[in-house]
Design a protein. Sequence first.
Length: 226
Amino acid sequence: MRLLNRLLWITAGSQLLLVSAAVGQRSVALSAVVAPTYTTTNYARQTLYPTSDGQIVEPVHLAGQRSATGFTIGGFLLYTYAPGWTFSTGLLYRQSSMRQERLPIAGEGSTRVSSRSIRLPVAINYRPSLKPLSPYFSLALLTDLPLATRLLATRNGEPTQQLRVRNTLNPTFSAQLGAGGYCQLTDRYALIVQPTLAYTIGRFGGATAFSPSFELGLQLQAVYRL
């Protein structure tokens, strides 16, 4: 009986030490994020109606598969809740631009369409090794709140126009996977380099205007542990 009690006390003490060690490794960090992006979108038939001084001007028609380049920039808050596991959330600004040729019947010219949004990411990240240089993986849900689309219209023989299109406030949701590397520079500073792939899951409301897309990115994070 005494031996059993000793074993129970040893086991309980070991568990307490393990829990204390895990809690001791919990930490909070901040990071600055920038990522160039390349997006491929399969547009359902969609027409943009830009305005200029309250007047509707020539619409822009989008259809089929189109590609756009852009970037995201912002910041993350990271919380380490277990060795190797991190929860992160943040606030990002996203922009992507593509060129749309004018319809032949309308004459020569083109319009640069710049889509913008505020992006709210929520991610779980995993670092399998605590070595200074180690792999880094993440799974994230992205919520994009659309901002007004900007258009730069260039027409032969006409002045260049800077236009806007008001978007609905319905958010778009995407799932994102990332796999890259984590570099611990000092006790407080680290660098994360992570290629990412995101796919649009759907849109809250306005399903008929939903256009699925893939987004490739190269996410760079400069991390500072508090």
